[in-house]
Design a protein around this ligand. Structure first.
Ligand code: 2NL
Length: 352
């Protein structure tokens, strides 16, 4: 075979191979095979000088043309393959940019009412009380009658209480669960009942038709008002600081006799006035802050559960009730109860 024929056959073979190259990688192999350092065509070109002078021109031209044609073809096929491969990648990696993105995860907090609920609960758990919860919708019997509320009491009026039926209300305090607990469990009984309560109050900075309470009840054969005071002193110190004191002032509640209002010594000032002589804004210069109501359980309340082991001649006890929002407001200097229910993160995120 003449050199020219050989060039022609290499060129034909290479052109066919390049045209049919299935990928950029295969094409690169072909480039090396036909145009690389050890390939036949470039070697022929390098050897042109050794040919007889009359052959140099024709062979050199043919080899050069073959090389250039091949280079051009590889270049074109390369671009084609790259485009195909890009299309394939794009089809495979397709993402729908109209899908919603990952939302940033907001960091949640325990609501201040829940925090305070748990803090109060913790204190009494530490003192040996058990925490129980009851229904928010309850019978008039448990909400009023069994608690020695006389039938004429204004709180019973539909203007003050949400009635679901003649004998069913949204509980106005958590005490109904305390009566229920006495029916279930004989004395001694030491319980606290946290939970939501409802009263038909106009909403304002200190009232809300829905609010939270913790009530406590201790019944045993020998619990006295001194135990009540000691228990509430421990509570006040746990919640408002170790230097707190408590005082009891006479009051009236239908379900306790005697009844007291319990004040805690102000945790901000010492005696009602600040160092600069200004009146304390927490206790308004009173030196004491009212935190809850309490008393010795009225024997009439025990009469309703006498058959469950609560003989008023044998057992006695104390009970107390406090507003969770009020405790939280005092402790954290919140001046408007409505902030607890507005769900404004600027308020909520300050706690916890
Ligand atoms: C207040 C006063 C009080 C009670 C709640 C109670 C429950 C039973 C028997 C006797 Cl089963 N008493 N609860 C007693 C005294 C006061 O709450 O001002 N709460 C915000």
């Amino acid at each position: 075979m003449s050199v020219l024929d050989r060039i022609g056959s290499i060129r034909a073979e290479a052109e066919a191979a390049v045209a049919g190259a299935p990928s950029s990688a295969a094409l690169e192999e072909l480039r090396v095979r036909y145009l690389g350092r050890k390939a036949e065509l470039p070697n022929l070109l390098r050897g042109v000088a050794q040919l007889p002078p009359e052959e140099r021109g024709t062979v050199g031209r043919a080899a050069n043309q073959a090389r250039q044609a091949l280079e051009a073809l590889i270049e074109t096929r390369g671009r084609e393959l790259e485009a195909e491969e890009l299309d394939a990648r794009l089809a495979q990696d397709r993402i729908d940019i109209t899908l919603p993105g990952e939302p940033p995860q907001p960091v949640g907090r325990i609501h201040l009412v829940t925090q305070t609920w748990r803090e109060i609960e913790d204190v009494f758990l530490g003192l040996g009380f058990t925490s129980v919860e009851g229904p928010e919708i309850d019978l008039v019997h448990y909400n009023f009658d069994a608690l020695n509320h006389n039938p004429q009491h204004p709180a019973r009026q539909p203007s003050d209480t949400f009635y679901v039926a003649d004998d069913v209300v949204l509980r106005t305090h958590t005490s109904p669960m305390q009566s229920r607990a006495m029916e279930i469990e004989p004395p001694p009984l030491y319980i606290v009942v946290p939970g939501r309560c409802y009263r038909r109050d106009q909403i304002d900075p200190t009232h809300s038709p829905m609010f939270h309470q913790v009530e406590g009840l201790a019944v045993d054969e020998d619990v006295t008002l001194a135990d009540l005071k000691g228990t509430l002193l421990a509570f006040a110190r746990a919640i408002f600081g170790p230097d707190r004191d408590v005082r009891l002032r006479p009051h009236f509640f239908p379900f306790t006799e005697p009844s007291v209002e319990v004040d805690v010594s102000c945790f901000k000032c010492n005696g009602g006035f600040m160092r600069d002589g200004s009146r304390c804004t927490i206790c308004r210069g009173e030196a004491w802050i009212e935190i809850l109501g309490a008393g010795e359980v009225d024997p009439n309340v025990f009469e309703y559960v006498r058959e469950h082991g609560y003989d008023p001649e044998r057992v006695q006890g104390f009970a107390f009730g406090m507003g969770i929002e009020r405790v939280a407001m005092l402790k954290h200097g919140v001046t408007d109860l409505r902030l607890f229910y507005d769900n404004d993160l600027r308020f909520l995120e300050q706690f916890g």
